[in-house]
Design a protein around this ligand. Sequence first.
Ligand SMILES: O=CC(=O)O
Length: 328
Amino acid sequence: MPTKKLSVVVTRRLPDAVQSRMAELFDVTLRDTDTPMSRDALAAAMQGADVLVPTITDAIDAALLAQAGPRLKLIANYGAGVDHIDTGTARQRGILVSNTPGVLTDDTADMTMALMLSVLRRIPEGMRIAQSDDWTGWAPTAMLGGRIAGRRLGILGMGRIGQAVARRARAFGMQIHYHNRKRLRAEIEEPLGATYWDSLDQMVARMDVISVNCPHTPSTFHLMNARRLKLMKPDAVIVNTSRGEVIDENALTRMLRSGEIAGAGLDVFERGHEINPRLKALSNVILLPHMGSATVEGRLEMGEKVLINIKTFADGHRPPDLVVPGQL
Ligand SMILES: O=CC(=O)O
């Protein structure tokens, strides 16, 4: 006798191939528009479904989880970061949470390098000049940026993505430093040629570039607060492809305006897509619309991870990418 298919609700439009496979495997409700679901629609979805597939734009907080129906057993997030989900409350309510780690590591690390290169070598500014009618040709003192090789890079958060950034930056000739909750094992640290700093303050004060690569958790919120940002050298720059909440965006904006920090490359912001207008007005920043994992390949592989997590659960096993609250 065929077993009943799981009822799965997907909150955002996903790549076609992912949606088709979902429809083959599960009793799936897909979205054909690219706008996030309203809170009411999310609550309704959580009342009737066995599995919810949300993304970063869905705030699955305790109040929403309190409205979840008894069938909801798995939240299979499409994305690695789960700071938009109250994983502790989900756990208390017996709802599993999974994510999509690993498949966006290279893409996000590439984007981190792209931001560093763009800020230090002034790429968007150069493009605007080349596209304008004002460019009069090569000049010895025009568009001078900073050399990447030899610069000290301080990586804040040395997980998968931090390590992938370290490998790339080393190939560019940068000196690699890092701060992490735990020091890496020697067999991982040594090939990266990375220097560990137990004190984040001391590392921040000595770096030419800071790269934020830790997840956003209660303990990393505003880790780069005004006091720490002030420790940065005035010619240093900061890049962030993780989550905006790790940096105090207002303090960063003030210091970029006053020249206390030389530049920033940001793919993420403290209030989602609502970027501080003062930040938008600055010429020493590069702002991207949260596209670190936005490759065709990455988004397909994220979908595959979601499918594997749900299918494994449907087959009665533990989803491979379960998120354990407090272990991020
Ligand atoms: O930011 C993207 C993700 O967390 O997957």
